[in-house]
Write a protein that binds this ligand. Sequence first.
Ligand SMILES: [Zn+2]
Length: 374
Amino acid sequence: MAISKLDVNAVVGGLLRDLAFAQTSNQKMFGYKRAAAAVLSLDESLEHLVRPDRTLQKIAGVGPASTRVILEVLETGGSPTVEQAVAASPKRADIERRRTLRSHFFSRAEVLRILRDDTLDGPDPSEYRGDLQMHSEWSDGAPALVEIVEACLARGYEYAAVTDHSYGLRIAGGMSMAEAEDQHRAIESLNAVYATRFRMIRGIEANISADGSLDLSPDEAARFELVLAAPHAKLRSSDDQTDRLLRAVEHPHVHILAHPRGRIAGSRAGVAADWPVIFAAAAQAGVAVELDGDPARQDLDFTLAADALAAGCLFALDSDAHTTFQLRYADIALAHARLAGIPPDRILNCWPAERLLGWLAGQRRDVSAATSWP
Ligand SMILES: [Zn+2]
């Protein structure tokens, strides 16, 4: 598990965000945030964008002030401009806190470098057959179902699960069960049209409440082919929440524990828990743990993923896309899986459709026999 060199774009992206938070004008703050986002989503390392005369090639969204920061970092490894602005800022303490919440987040350039690094043992991008978390216009995503199918086919996928939010998460446009039923009919007609070319899986992202219960009854959960369970609240608490996640993992209808921590880059650490205990329980219950590829999540990251691998877990590597463009976030999950050295056989997304669908159907345990369900 080696990171051979510094992820310069991630360093610069973090410093530009620090500079954004040190601004008093909203316009300047948005300008630096936009520059940070542009740098983090570049395909190339900034080192390759410096001209022989030590000036920088033009990058869309990056203005002269941000360019100065980039050149400082490339010359010296840090940015005096940013450090001075932070030191003088009344928001200094908050910026220092945010800095502690940026570890193990990769820029896109670093992700692409990891995907090309053939010394790594983990999954090859060509082994990835389909994505198991994404959102459509049926909850808080943008695309129509047919747009998802076409975008997934363009990425070479054989299947995908559409996993809109369930009704407990109203803030994210969660689907009622009646809407879910309509969505299932729409998915069935698409599957009939695409037949052997593509299989859309009827999924749902259930919300794990503070006590570990789900916002779906067992009967309701049973109507979906794939149930993700994910925490969306109480993610800024430092209280131990091992029991909360154990209860979710032991739920008889859950297939995948999605973005297990609920961390957000530079914003919150997510759930504090005894992860080896949770991974052991997930392995025991046959529940897969997710590497969520949203650039701001990267959750689990490669370090915790290595622990989950040692505990015997299965994995899902997902984009958590809310637009078809964001389907490429699956690359980020793949990069973490490669660094963690997860064998493709342990990754649901690398299984042929038949094996995956068989596992999904068999995974659903007899609810009446489950003791942990109230
Ligand atoms: Zn979620």
